[in-house]
Ligand binder design. Sequence first.
Ligand code: ADP
Length: 181
Amino acid sequence: MILILFGPPGAGKGTQADYLKEKFNLLHLSTGDILREEVSNNTELGVQAKKFMDSGELVTDELIIGMIKNKIESTVNVEGFLFDGFPRTISQAEALDQMLDSSNKSIDKVISLEVDDKTLIERLLARGRSDDNEETIKNRLEVYKNQTLPIKDYYHSKNQLVEIKGDSSIEEVSSEIEKSL
Ligand code: ADP
């Protein structure tokens, strides 16, 4: 099974990923988590990514796609993948389709978590990660609308998209996701 968790920053992708990966034995690939690990290990990739992350801009497609390729190719013995925070641009979505195509795999569902801006900002400020300050959050939501949201149409036209209300309780959201699969 190959799933994508889609939605703005603060939509609850990480929380739902924790549940879904256990339930279906999927490898959870969060590009945000992988990047933060690279930053804390001070790797070359981390150094390059950090300046984008601190300002709420997207890391370049080239870095992200290379990183995901490595992870997919070095993984054995999983029943599928759960992508979280990736793809975030149309180019990344196309690159993912190509990678999967070449191993005769395809995306089963793209789960879009729908949450309004006011709730997102409240959640992010409460979380308090280093890039969760008001200035950076505003930019991340802008970047999301301009660069990431167009992906919804891409997946909708391929009949892969499901929209789930993301502002109810964690358990309710999980159960709605499961029903949609
Ligand atoms: P959130 O979804 O809460 O904004 P993430 O943890 O997914 O945060 O990502 C944090 C930062 O890492 C992003 O603001 C961006 O700079 C970078 N990043 C993560 N995933 C990607 C991606 N697929 N493409 C480009 N940049 C990314």
